[in-house]
Design a binder for this molecule. Structure first.
Ligand code: XMP
Length: 527
């Protein structure tokens, strides 16, 4: 195991993620971790980047004992400066901050580059993000790499396996950075490359069991999406029916979706699921909201909490009476790492200050008020890893590869007022579009696709009659992070086929358009 000590950089989790890609197991702990409190000995230690300057009075420092342990150490950015600080305190504010791409030269001695750069070209594109630099080389260190603005971009101890680099090998902007991490973890530390998702499952199940105890019970909301399903299945594997999943039907889910989710979660995955049909309450409440997408979201979010809370209280009452189990004191949330990054503050080591903005979470009165504690088994994982985990847990392929679906559902894809009739039209059109995408074998190439119903009418001719009916807008995008997106380039025959089917099969629609807007300037959803 490689120990990663976190100084609060937004990139720290990427270090553990890259090591996982190399099948090397890594544990991340706060930078203040005392070595004496650790029950295991790491094969190597990585010191992450961080937002501080090492010379500031309140800057965090590692337990100096790590330098006596004798295992290899790699300092990245702040980590490099921390190493220099420990070995002579000569770190100064740089005259210029250095952000962005830099060309790095690994230094050759007797024709060889250092072990850390083994197999890497002499010229490496790297990503820099720092303001401080070394005032002078610490005693007994030598330079192993340089860049134009950082003459000491990489340093190593003369006799001990201690390395520091100024750039970030963990980000994709350092394309060969993973090779450098492999050189450190495998080549220098001798870490085994035997970490697999199967091991993650075992470890996480053991962690959940230890956390929840013999009798503890857990409550969670599921939506039918990948994250909540994977989190729920993991929970079910760990504690069986002491995990209670609740699906709230808000009347704005896709056609047949509620039934399908129920069937898969209950019959296929064996999860203890309660479906609450609240569609009437939601659809009644949406009446009259005509031109305010935010009001729709707010209403749906608030209503969801009311309905969920009502159900939670019922489940809690029943749980109290169960002789085999204890009180419900945990709330499961399928938060992924990218959700966490967004809310990292730069004021302190991330492990102590990360308070994330409960996306889809519960209000104070339910969490602390009812004494619920959060359990987030996916918080270190990225979307593709969650999918991999889903496969590991035998969740069906179609569900694992499912496109994201927003909490407010079809309500934000029916532009203007949401009525039962409008939802029915949008649902049918969406169903046809997705069905055709699947038939054409394109589903897994597209990141997200849906049909939206526009609140305008256009003239058409159907049979021999002129009609005045609504317009469906189709949207399909490709993206990796959903922050920016490109449109998916269907062929014309495909689009024509979908258009014909929608006009023929969906009453109330006489025109279909394809949305050509990238993000930005468009968002992925229409509202
Ligand atoms: P936008 O429309 O902001 O969407 O480009 C980016 C991604 O977020 C999803 N999305 C939501 N998900 N509740 C959710 O759970 C919401 O209110 C919401 N709004 C947008 C959207 O589907 C896309 O994947």
């Amino acid at each position: 195991t490689i120990l990663t000590l976190d100084f609060g950089s937004q990139y720290t989790h990427l270090i553990t993620r890259r090591l996982r890609e190399l099948n090397v197991y890594s544990e991340m702990l706060p930078c203040t971790q005392k070595l004496a409190d650790l029950s295991w000995t790491p094969k190597g230690i990585i010191l992450s980047g961080g937002p501080y300057s090492v010379y500031e009075a309140d800057a965090p420092h590692v337990d100096p004992a790590i330098f006596q342990l004798g295992v290899p150490i790699l300092g990245i950015c702040y980590g490099l400066q921390e190493i220099a600080w420990h070995h002579g305190k000569n770190v100064v504010a740089g005259t210029e901050r250095e952000y962005g791409h830099a060309d790095l030269q690994a230094k050759r001695v007797d024709g060889h580059v250092d072990k850390l750069f083994k197999g890497l070209e002499d010229d490496l594109k790297v990503w820099m993000s720092h303001g401080d630099k070394l005032g002078a080389l610490p005693p007994n260190f030598h330079v192993i790499a340089t860049s134009k603005n950082s003459p000491q971009a990489g340093i190593a101890h003369e006799t001990k396996p201690i390395y520091g680099i100024q750039f970030h090998p963990e980000v994709t902007h350092t394309p060969r950075g993973i090779k450098l991490l492999e050189n450190f973890a495998v080549g220098i530390c001798g870490a085994k490359q035997n970490w697999t998702m199967a091991k993650f499952v075992d470890k996480e199940i053991a962690r959940i069991r230890a956390l929840v105890g013999e009798k503890g019970q857990v409550l969670g909301a599921v939506s039918g999406g990948v994250d909540s399903t994977v989190a729920a299945k993991l929970m079910h594997e760990a504690i069986g029916d002491r995990f209670h999943a609740v699906l709230v039907d808000n009347g704005c889910m896709r056609l047949y979706e509620c039934e399908q989710v129920k069937e898969t979660l209950t019959n296929h995955l064996g999860i203890n699921l309660t479906v609450v049909d609240a569609s009437e309450q939601f659809l009644d409440g949406l009446k009259g909201i005509t031109d305010n997408p935010e009001a729709k979201r707010k209403f749906i979010g608030g209503k969801f909490i009311d309905v969920f809370e009502g159900e939670a209280l019922k489940i809690e009452k029943e749980a109290e009476n169960s002789p085999k189990a204890g009180r419900i004191e945990w709330f499961l949330q399928g938060t992924l790492y990218p959700d966490v990054i967004e809310s990292i503050s730069f004021k302190g080591p991330s492990a102590t200050i990360k308070t994330h903005h409960n996306v889809g979470g519960l209000p104070e009165r339910m969490m602390n008020g009812q004494g619920l504690k959060l359990i987030e088994p996916l918080r270190e994982l990225f979307k593709d890893e969650v999918r991999e985990l889903g496969r590991q847990l035998a969740i069906p392929h179609d569900l694992v590869m499912r496109h994201p679906f927003p909490g407010p559902g079809i309500a934000i894809r029916v532009l203007g007022e949401v009525t039962r009739e409008q939802v029915a039209i949008a649902r049918k059109a969406d169903y046809i579009f997705i069905e055709e995408i699947r038939k054409a074998g394109l589903y897994d190439q597209i990141s997200q696709a849906f049909a939206a119903l526009l609140p305008v009418k256009a003239v058409g001719v159907m049979g021999d009659k002129r009609v005045h009916q609504q317009v469906i807008s189709l949207r399909a995008v490709q993206t990796t992070d959903f922050m920016t997106a490109n449109i998916f380039r269907f062929d014309w025959d495909f689009l024509e086929r979908v258009s014909t089917r929608i006009c023929n099969e969906v009453d109330g629609v006489c025109r279909v358009v394809y949305d050509l807007t990238t993000k930005p300037p468009g968002t992925i959803e229409m509202e």
